[in-house]
Design a protein around this ligand. Structure first.
Ligand SMILES: *[C@@H]1O[C@H](CO)[C@@H](O)[C@H](O)[C@H]1NC(C)=O
Ligand SMILES: *[C@@H]1O[C@H](CO)[C@@H](O)[C@H](O)[C@H]1NC(C)=O
Length: 632
């Protein structure tokens, strides 16, 4: 069996081994001249190659540079025709923008999708024709501006273009596109759209209705907002009909929205279930009149969440007002006792259960260890409430001691709780809400703006902060088997200034043993998976994953049990470094910061040394701290 496996990889091995000799490094001038030779009738009079010629310094026509790096090829109005050699451009590592407007290009769309890091593609006013494959744009995850207008393209609008996470400008007007308009996956990012003068038909997706009539005119068959004609009994709305009436290749499109839909449905179910149990409880209470119940019993917070709370709707008042006065008096009696909130840090203001109940709430997450939601109180303080699940290892006093220990962690990179609530069957931890959300959200989420702020200095600041915060946790919880235990990008919160704050640490001692292995990320370290062993170095492994995630911008497969659709970041990094291709690992978003490349490579190296699968060979956290501080 192993032999067979090896054979399967053999071709790959030969390819990688022989790669360096096959392709000796070419100068940028050589590359451009090769490209020039692939087109005919171009006026490239300034492109004169020679030994040591730098197209950037010589200011070759149409070559856009940042320093010595070629970042754009803008070759408009040059009467270009012929078959472009896109492949040769792959060697221009920093190329982000291509413009070939108003030339005489013919034939099908060239393979620009090989240039996965492109941010803009302008091909307007040529004679390009034929269908664009549905998946054409799928590899171009950084693409923001797509101008294909005034060509002769036919067939459907490729679905993949509508799914680009950063798509801000899409111009397809003046072609022969037909069929319905696929739905737009990231509608908030798109600012400029023109689909006029095609043969499109069917309902305009709701996500595009905000664009004016001017973006759709000259398509006889379109209907619905913003067009004047509404869609009368048009059988399948576009959302349902998108996966290809004409048998176009099935895309990965189905995966994500389904997931989102399932998640939303799942969340709704939970909330509704809570609501039902709440109503049942309220009825019981009303029926049994003065029966002495624990006063907080019917104040369980999630009970207060109506299904609409997902849309930030305030909690209804009338349910509370029924018996509000009775509770008010009781809670003031018990205030400060275990039945109410125990304030650990009053700097942000004090609050009790009543204030939390009056807060407007929004569900944030539902994980193995609990249910988190955001609550904005009447006094303006916004907090995150974690309702812990399966955390029954500690009794009341031990839990209180643990909470006080958390609160005493006064480190700028560690999130300390503001308050907690403890009963045998209900444990809440309240902490400050961070407006920028988690690192995971900012790195992989859909918020273009937030992501745009993640330049190299910010990323380095985040890495330094995480390392320092982890250092603090390792000092305070040094006696624990694994002091943090759950370090991953979704547990790193970001302040307004992108200062990182570690959260969800030191849960190992509190969580039921049944849950920990499933819930805590340290249990995904190689030593646990192989030998069921943990140590403080398991945290270092998790730290390494986060560092590599920040540097590459990729979402690691390690975070998911099935690892589907993600990158095994450890393997990728180790292979690339061993083949001297570390530079290719750097997220294209920051790679153009050439003056910092050395620092980036050093940080990548540190990250790689943290994910070493043998803990003995892995860096000690103290070494990581020293080495990261040395980089700056
Ligand atoms: C080519 O471009 C140069 C300047 O860029 C111009 O002087 C020359 O007339 C152009 N030649 C043709 C054939 O367009
Ligand atoms: C879209 O393109 C058409 C044709 O070029 C033009 O007339 C129209 O003004 C454009 N609309 C927008 C919103 O850019």
């Amino acid at each position: 069996m192993p032999a067979v496996r090896f054979l399967r990889f053999l071709p790959l091995l030969i390819l990688t081994l022989s790669f360096p000799t096959l392709c000796s490094p070419q100068s940028d001038a050589d590359i451009l001249v090769k490209f020039k030779q692939s087109v005919t009738h171009g006026n490239f009079s300034s492109w004169i190659p020679g030994p040591g010629v730098s197209p950037c310094r010589k200011k070759w026509v149409g070559v856009r540079c940042r320093g010595e790096d070629i970042v754009g090829l803008h070759l408009s109005d040059l009467h270009l025709s012929g078959t472009l050699d896109v492949h040769v451009l792959l060697q221009l590592r920093y190329l982000r923008s291509i413009s070939l407007m108003r030339n005489s290009l013919t034939g099908p769309i060239p393979e620009f999708n090989k240039l996965g890091a492109l941010k803009s593609l302008y091909l307007s006013h040529n004679q390009l024709r034929g269908e664009i494959p549905s998946e054409y744009f799928a590899p171009m995850r950084s693409l923001k501006k797509v101008w294909l207008n005034d060509n002769k393209f036919t067939g459907h609008i490729p679905e993949s273009v509508m799914q680009l996470p950063r798509l801000s400008e899409l111009h397809l007007e003046g072609n022969h596109f037909s069929g319905s308009i696929p739905p737009l996956k990231f509608p908030t990012v798109l600012t400029s759209l023109n689909l006029s003068l095609n043969h499109l038909e069917g309902r305009i997706p709701e996500s595009l209705a905000k664009f004016g009539v001017g973006s759709f005119q000259g398509n006889e068959g379109l209907c619905g907002k913003p067009m004047a004609n509404s869609c009368i009994k048009e059988a399948p709305p576009p959302v349902a009909s998108t996966p290809s009436p004409s048998g176009r290749a099935k895309s990965n499109y189905n995966g994500r929205p389904m997931l989102v839909a399932t998640t939303v449905f799942f969340l709704l179910c939970i909330v509704i279930a809570f609501l039902f149990s709440a109503i049942r409880r309220t009825k019981k209470d009303d029926g049994s009149g003065g029966k002495s119940r624990e006063p907080v019993r019917d104040k369980m917070l999630p009970v207060q969440l109506p299904p609409e709370s997902i849309h930030r709707r305030s909690v209804e008042k009338n349910r509370r007002s029924k018996s509000g006065s009775r509770r008010d008096s009781k809670s003031s009696v018990t205030k400060g006792g275990m039945a109410d909130m125990v304030i650990l840090n009053g700097e942000k203001g004090e609050f009790g259960m009543q204030d939390l109940m009056k807060a407007s709430a929004e569900v944030l997450e539902n994980g193995v260890l609990g249910f988190a939601y955001k609550a904005t109180m009447v006094n303006g303080l916004t907090v995150v409430v974690k309702r812990l699940r399966g955390m029954n290892r500690l009794g009341k006093d031990e839990f209180a001691a643990e909470m006080r220990r958390f609160a005493a962690l006064k480190h700028r990179n560690v999130l300390a709780p503001l308050a907690y609530h403890f009963r045998k069957e209900e444990k809440l931890i309240v902490s400050e809400y961070m407006p920028n959300g988690s690192l995971s959200y900012v790195l992989h989420g859909t918020r273009d703006v937030a992501h745009a702020n993640l330049n190299w200095p910010t990323r380095f600041k985040i890495i330094k902060g995480i390392v320092r915060g982890l250092g603090c946790i390792h000092t305070e919880f040094g006696t624990c088997e694994v002091p943090h235990g759950n370090l991953k990008s979704s547990n790193v919160l970001l302040t307004e200034n992108y200062e990182p704050l570690l959260s969800d640490y030191a849960y190992q001692t509190m969580a039921n043993s049944k849950n920990v292995a499933q819930a805590l990320f340290a249990y995904k370290s190689p030593e646990y998976l192989q030998y069921q062993q943990l140590s403080p170095k398991s945290d270092v492994y998790c730290l390494g994953i986060v560092i590599l995630e920040i540097m590459t911008g990729k979402c690691p497969s390690q975070y998911q049990s099935n690892g589907q659709g993600r990158i095994n970041i450890v393997q990728w990094v180790q292979t690339s470094i061993s083949e001297n291709r570390a530079q290719e690992l750097i997220d294209p978003e920051i790679a153009n910061n050439a003056s910092s490349t050395d620092k980036m490579l050093k940080v990548l190296e540190i990250g790689a040394a943290c994910v070493e699968s043998n803990p003995d060979k892995r860096l000690h956290l103290n070494e990581v701290v020293t080495r990261i501080e040395e980089v700056s």
